[in-house]
Design a protein around this ligand. Sequence first.
Ligand code: NAD
Ligand code: DAU
Length: 348
Amino acid sequence: MKKILITGGAGFIGSHVVRRFVKRYPDLNIFNLDALTYAGNLENIKDIENQPNYVFIKGDITDADFINSLFNEHKFEGVIHLAAESHVDRSITDPLAFVKTNVIGTMNLLNAFRDLWKDNYDGKRFYHVSTDEVYGTLGTEGLFTETTPYSPNSPYSASKAASDHFVRAYGETYGLPYVITNCSNNYGPNHFPEKLIPLFINNIINNKPLPVYGDGKYTRDWLYVEDHARAIDLVFHEGKNHETYNIGGFNEWQNIDLVKLLCTLMDVKLGRTEGESEKLITYVKDRPGHDLRYAIDASKINKELGWEPSVTFEQGLEKTIEWYLNNEEWLKNVTSGAYTEYYSKQYQ
Ligand code: NAD
Ligand code: DAU
């Protein structure tokens, strides 16, 4: 059986990608490599842990010797690389952690893949999962396309941009067969509650303040996570080597409007009177270097591969809220211990 390595498969997006591949491709042997940092959680993929075509490996992509021996042992023919430090706010307090995982970690994977296959890359593929944040910020007009120049503004996006550049450079220099996708903001089940949507759902449930950064007029383009996983599947199987594809939701929301919508939906779900949750909105100090607006032009992946989002924002938010309300135990587990410390430092 062909062995495929997926990194970061215990995290938010990775868990949806791993599940999709394990279920849809019984002829592929899916290896999930994850260091299980604070963001990684085996509960996210518990339902597939006993599948015959699935293997979990706990390990760190920053450890070059470990990565090299893993590649030599298993001879992975495909890599889908999602493991990363992913939260902008954490990158502002600890930028070096982002360089280590996102840059050095990606380099280790690239080196191991190149050393294994350099004599014959036929049928092999290195898929690097990246973000729209590498393009920097938009003003009120325009969209990010695949040719928008890179202009990252946070240590997180700078580290992702650096990793994208290395992937591309390995393609040019060593002929490594790669594809890159740059996606907009995801939301959905298993999203760690340090990011806007799950953090605010959790705070609404617990009647805690909703910390809106700055004036709340920042704009993001939201995509349901399973639609991202579907795009990754499509690009992995049908994308062209040495190409980049942008993925987005065609779904722009100013933060404050999104937060108000969440409050309204949660009032109904929790049986609260209309407007009750909105009273929790609290404007707090802005994020340094806060990008004003992200919005993706996803016409290339649409035209070339026929992908488009399948879940509307209303449907996606409904599913997401339901999931969090039905998975209180998951939420309790991930918000105990180190999370409390992070939260009080970040929102003091
Ligand atoms: P996440 O933080 O939820 O998960 C990251 C996973 O990587 C975790 O399971 C963690 O344990 C693992 N990991 C971290 N460091 C590791 C290391 N050194 N070795 C091995 N595993 C390690 O992240 P996510 O939101 O699921 O994002 C996944 C990928 O998609 C990232 O590359 C991110 O840049 C990209 N992306 C995310 C979004 C988004 O909205 N969340 C949008 C576009 C692109
Ligand atoms: O665009 C893709 C990126 O989306 C991914 O690459 C990142 O991994 C992912 O974390 C996400 O980055 P953002 O910074 O856009 O997501 P976050 O959920 O942290 O913030 C969304 C918006 O909400 C942003 O404008 C900041 C704001 N915000 C966020 C938090 C956590 C608040 O106002 N208050 C908050 O407490």
